[in-house]
Design a protein around this ligand. Structure first.
Ligand code: FCB
Length: 465
């Protein structure tokens, strides 16, 4: 009897534990027939837009990323899929006027783009007036077309001199980021509707410092936590600095946070749950918690432990920019060198990136960031779909999920599709086709994809309401 109890007890404990976790962290799944039958509506003034980032579209960048593209790994292998280089990309630097017409043709009223720091300040302390003039002209052309500029100050790239100083590894370097941000702000603030300080700090640090797939190619969990903190601190300092400048008090300034809901591969496996929660914490929660409480607590048992506190972080958001593409499913392993892999079930419908189509993810992510208590803009959402056979469905369902969250009372003010056109997708190179417009990179011709028409329809229907 005692023996039976002895074997039953751990089993019961495990059962209670996984049942509790499963119940408190449901993997939301909706009945899509029902969802599709519901009318979609959006509040007055809802902002529709499209997004790009400088390095991915402008062309001819000399920055940390171009240096990375031209380097090889320790086995002499190229860093980028097919050894591609960003090169002239979409030549958006020269073709922005035509591209603004394409934005206008979609019927949207906003454009999120980023400023290439390496063009504005190619050498330390030497600001290029022509580069600032260029961005000013972009803003003027947008305004003339009735399109609100939304500007990101740091979207993964920066000058080589900044990288050589250790970039965001050193807290002392934040003053360079603040100085550059102030220059850009002074030049463009009269045109800009929303300012995004930093794009996806957790993605930048995870790729560059945890798995080493992006510059500077490091694999150091403790440093990952330190760099993420410095980026968050950078946001706080830039926010405070810009607020103190002329026009700053009315400017709308926020950060862009990517949210991936994390789900365990095996819902019955407590180890999958444990790893899932650790990753959710460092990837999603730590940054959000810092913004609400000023407390930064980055912890990966036996690997990283970074703690800071800065009460000044509280109140540094006029809005939150939220990027979401899908969820991540975590399969844990008892191998300290590879303690998890990201895997999906065979029946999950995939995009061309390693992300399934899972529209409920955007709803779950909105719920998460709503805890910040500030207006939410979906600053990126979109699909890589070279065949263009899933784009219309993806757009329709993800936007339905946004509409449902608004109906349930979440304060979502806008939605930006990623991306206006095909572009250089970081280490994936040019194979990932996120564009509403297909780009022929030989001729630089752009053509609207059929699947993108669903986006145009939704935007135009929301105006007729
Ligand atoms: C996001 C990035 C953006 C683009 C999309 C596909 O993580 O912010 O630049 O690469 O993914």
């Amino acid at each position: 009897m005692d023996k039976k109890l002895f074997t039953f007890f751990p089993f019961a404990l495990w059962l209670i534990y996984v049942i509790f976790l499963s119940a408190t962290n449901p993997e939301v799944r909706w009945d899509w027939e029902k969802e599709e039958a519901k009318p979609m509506s959006f509040p007055d003034g809802f902002v529709w837009g499209v997004a790009t980032a400088a390095h991915q579209v402008e062309g001819e960048c000399t920055n940390n990323w171009s240096a990375w593209e031209n380097s090889t790994d320790e086995n002499n292998n190229p860093r980028i899929h097919n050894d591609e280089k960003s090169g002239i990309a979409c030549d958006h630097w020269n073709r922005y006027q035509d591209d603004i017409q394409l934005i206008k043709d979609l019927g949207v009223t906003s454009y999120r783009f980023s400023i290439e720091w390496s063009k504005v300040e190619p050498e330390e302390g030497q600001f290029d007036a022509r580069a600032l003039e260029h961005y000013k002209n972009v803003c003027i052309a947008l305004k003339e077309s009735g399109i609100m500029p939304v500007v990101t100050l740091h979207h993964f790239t920066h000058p080589i001199w900044f990288e050589e100083k250790g970039a965001f590894e050193n807290k002392e370097n934040l003053s360079y980021f603040v100085r550059y941000s102030e220059r850009v702000f002074d030049a463009l603030n009269e045109y800009v509707g929303l300012w995004c300080t930093i794009n996806e700090p957790a993605v930048y640090t995870y790729q560059g410092y945890f798995n080493g797939l992006w510059p500077p190619g490091k694999t150091d969990p403790q440093l990952t936590g330190e760099v993420l903190y410095n980026l968050m601190e950078g946001h706080v300092r830039v926010y405070r600095a810009l607020k103190a400048r002329a026009g700053g008090h009315v400017a709308k300034i926020g950060i862009v946070k990517n949210i991936f809901p994390f789900d365990p591969y095996n819902r019955w496996n407590p180890l999958d749950w444990m790893v899932t929660r650790i990753l959710d914490n460092v990837f999603n929660i730590v940054a959000l918690e810092f913004l609400t409480s000023g407390i930064y607590n980055y912890s990966m048992p036996t690997m990283a432990n970074v703690k800071y506190e800065n009460p000044d972080a509280v109140g540094t958001l006029d809005f939150i920019g939220m990027n979401n593409y899908s969820h991540q499913r975590i399969n844990s392993h008892l191998n300290p060198n590879r303690f998890f892999t990201i895997e999906f079930y065979p029946h999950e419908p995939m995009t061309d990136m390693n992300y399934p189509i899972y529209p409920e993810a955007i709803y779950r992510s909105i719920k998460r960031v709503s805890e910040l208590g500030v207006p939410i803009f979906i600053t990126e959402n979109g699909i890589a779909d070279a065949k263009d056979d899933r784009r219309a469905l993806y757009i329709d369902r993800y936007i339905r999920a946004v509409a449902r969250s608004i109906q349930e009372g979440f304060d979502v003010r806008g939605y930006f599709y990623w991306s206006l056109m095909d572009n250089f997708e970081w280490s994936e190179g040019y194979d990932m086709k996120f564009g509403l417009y297909k780009v022929n990179f030989q001729t630089q011709k752009r053509r609207l994809r059929d699947g993108s028409r669903r986006f145009i329809e939704i935007v135009s229907a929301s105006k007729d309401e």
